[in-house]
Design a protein around this ligand. Structure first.
Ligand SMILES: [Zn+2]
Ligand SMILES: [Zn+2]
Length: 123
């Protein structure tokens, strides 16, 4: 694949930034993290203009930013509060949330945060 042929497809379908090649197999947008496989670029080089929507549908990805809605949504995550005794202050309620650990096989870990003293603890 000649570089110039693929040129038009080297731009982020989400925000229009020039993609950078992570490897021979994939390119990604340095701005929003949009990823495209080199394979897809090859296949589309002489076809129609692909809209961000098409790409999203095709690659089944959720973009990190949505241009139509302007600035990033301000999502205030309301954490559920459950009965949990804080080991620090013995308060009986804590918010809980899960977090994906770095190593994949550890899975999700549940954390608790005391609603009174904000002490964080886990099971
Ligand atoms: Zn982008
Ligand atoms: Zn506490």
């Amino acid at each position: 694949m000649a570089f110039w042929q693929a040129r038009d497809f080297l731009f982020c379908g989400v925000c229009g930034t020039l993609l950078t090649f992570d490897s021979i197999q994939s390119a990604s947008c340095p701005l929003c993290g949009f990823k495209r496989k080199a394979k897809d670029i090859e296949g589309k080089e002489t076809r129609y203009t692909v809209t961000a929507e098409d790409i999203r549908r095709e690659l089944k990805i959720e973009p990190f930013v949505t241009l139509e809605s302007g600035p990033m949504e301000e999502v205030v995550v309301q954490r559920p509060v459950i009965r949990r005794t804080c080991p620090e202050c013995n308060h009986s309620k804590a918010e809980y949330y899960t977090r994906q650990m770095r190593s994949a096989d550890e899975g999700e870990t549940t954390f608790y945060e005391c609603t009174k003293c904000q002490h964080k603890f886990k099971d």
